[in-house]
Design a protein around this ligand. Structure first.
Ligand code: SF4
Length: 313
């Protein structure tokens, strides 16, 4: 294993994730509900639910590949159906899109997995260095703020490059220009580079499972340094924020807080306040890794990250 399992950064007081930053950028009110008031989300979009199950199955698949016990496609799909059926709670899972039902989404995940399996069988094209690999790193010399994230799979490619792989189950495939400006995987690259035993070129790789497409991108050191500075500035902006106004957007139908949102007619205003440090679930206690924030997966035509991000297109 070339990648440190969990880098320990106990000096950092506040950890941000890409999803947390995007939440603020999309709607300050939602950020306030989730990260300042820490209101629990009672429901989960079906797209997020499917995405979680697909990620679980792919992680398990690669664990078996590492043990040279490659399961058949039938076994992989069986496992997916079992997880889907075990965890699906109709009282909690929300289907937003009209005309679509549980069966549709159940098959959507199975199709993603079957497409991926057939394309990559027999899974010997590269070497897995990490699965669900956590990265944590400071953004500033004083280590006041840090970034954390979970990489779906870290890979050593045949040409020696290290690859940061990310699975997407939504139907939307961004343009190359958008991927070349993508923040999430580029932040992960900063974290990965710090923990490599020896320098190596790094590639960012997205698997658009619903479309069977793979996209890649690379970053220069200057681009990564600019990203580090921009991200730090964004965090400082959030830390100083006092205006938690709502911004209606395309994601409101998927928002767990819509019933409490004044922009959608909620009658009782919730208290406001300045940003607080990350909730306990996102802070690294001394000697302990922070936990992964709640994950959400994308709706078709929405863009989403593996550690819980739904973003406006
Ligand atoms: S419903 Fe829309 S406007 Fe209201 S908090 Fe959620 S995302 Fe923001």
């Amino acid at each position: 294993m070339l990648i440190a399992a969990v880098p320990l950064r106990t000096k950092m007081t506040t950890l941000y994730s890409h999803s947390r930053l995007s939440s603020y950028e999309n709607c300050k009110k939602k950020f306030h509900f989730r990260y300042v008031l820490e209101l629990p989300a009672e429901s989960e979009g079906v797209e997020a639910f499917v995405g979680k199950r697909v990620h679980e199955v792919l992680e398990r698949l690669y664990l078996f590949v590492e043990r040279e016990q490659l399961p058949s496609l039938e076994r992989v799909i069986e496992r997916y159906y079992a997880l889907f059926d075990e965890h699906y709670d109709p009282e909690r899972i929300r289907i937003v899109k009209a005309g679509l039902d549980r069966a549709h989404y159940r098959e959507l995940g199975a199709d993603c997995l079957a497409r991926f399996y057939r394309r990559h069988y027999p899974f010997d094209a590269d070497q897995t260095l990490g699965l669900e690999q956590r990265v944590v790193f400071p953004l500033d010399p004083e280590e006041r703020y840090g970034i954390q994230g979970i990489i779906d799979r870290v890979v050593r490619a045949r040409d020696g490059a290290i690859e940061v792989h990310d699975y997407k189950t939504g139907a939307y495939v961004p343009s190359q220009k958008a991927l070349d400006a993508d923040r999430q995987l580029a932040l992960y690259q900063i974290g990965i580079e710090r923990d490599l035993d020896e320098p190596a070129p790094i590639r960012l790789v997205w698997h658009y499972l619903a479309k069977g497409q793979i996209r890649t991108s690379t970053r220069t050191p200057a681009q990564l340094e600019a990203l580090r500075r921009e991200t730090l500035e964004r965090i400082e902006q959030i830390e100083a924020e006092t205006d938690w106004s709502a911004t209606k957007n395309k994601l409101c139908n998927w928002c767990e807080y819509r019933e409490a949102c004044p922009a959608w007619g909620a009658s009782q205003a919730l208290p406001t306040g300045a940003a607080r440090p990350a909730p306990a679930s996102e802070r690294a206690a001394p000697g302990q890794p922070a936990e992964r924030p709640p994950a959400k997966k994308p709706a078709p035509n929405l863009r989403q990250t593996p550690d819980g991000q739904i973003e406006l297109l």
